[in-house]
Ligand binder design. Sequence first.
Ligand SMILES: NC(=O)c1ccc[n+]([C@@H]2O[C@H](COP(=O)([O-])OP(=O)(O)OC[C@H]3O[C@@H](n4cnc5c(N)ncnc54)[C@H](OP(=O)(O)O)[C@@H]3O)[C@@H](O)[C@H]2O)c1
Length: 263
Amino acid sequence: MAGGRERSGRLDGEIALITGASSGIGRGTALKFASLGATVVLTGRNASELQATGRRCEKISGEKPLLITADLSKEEDVKRVVDELTNAFHKLDILVNNAGIYKADSLQTFSLQRFDEIFSINVRAVSQLTALCTPALIASKGSIVNVSSLNGTNAFADDLTYCMSKAALDMFTRCTALELAPKQVRVNSVNPGVIKTDIFQRSGMDRDQCKQFLEGSKKKHALGRVGDVEEVADVIAFLASDSASFITGSCIPIDGGRHTMSV
Ligand SMILES: NC(=O)c1ccc[n+]([C@@H]2O[C@H](COP(=O)([O-])OP(=O)(O)OC[C@H]3O[C@@H](n4cnc5c(N)ncnc54)[C@H](OP(=O)(O)O)[C@@H]3O)[C@@H](O)[C@H]2O)c1
């Protein structure tokens, strides 16, 4: 057996912190991790949606997740998340940096306020949270999965700041993978294409615009459709697990082949 040990892909006994678990990909990841035996610690801003995720996880695993309501763009909230997690478990095996926002902009619509809003959660919070979790992850020889985007690798004229934020996140993945590899901590990203979640409505599109956007996005992915949350959650779970024991510093497209297309 390569790597010298049997791999199961399960997460039994592992403590996993998943940010942005009150919605979309983060919620799907929480459910997947619960089904694989992990003890999940979940964050989000919306307390009732976070509780809804918690109840669904508990139904799957029989275990009540630790829920921490926090705005990760606030320095004090990030510190509190790590304090609460440490007080509860004294251990961390997996960090999934998923919380993030999407907003469209370009040079001609640019505002510093939007730039700061996007970078504060998509980049700054990830950097602060990961740094605070690093001692625990080194102690457990754990794993980090960052939720990046196709926009981290491919340029889109109308997504200037979002693209820059996800490109920064991909470089964060590679630099930290190199830093932590000698400590046997693995760091990887997933780079989804368009996935059906509320993120587009929350970016300011109305219901019809979202519908049109999702419909129009289908043919932009080689497989002829957009993706589901579960298709991302499965790869996050794979990367976090011992099944990916020889993978670090990788940014994995989950985009129905879109990154290979030239139009
Ligand atoms: N959907 C896609 O097509 C797509 C494609 C590529 C990459 N992604 C990435 O996937 C990740 C998840 O997106 P999603 O589609 O699942 O979006 P979503 O349904 O809007 O969920 C976003 C999550 O991030 C949390 N969040 C946002 N800002 C936060 C803040 N300041 N502090 C704490 N939590 C915050 C939200 O919490 P609350 O709801 O509680 O506020 C929510 O749980 C993001 O990083 C996004 O960039 C999505």
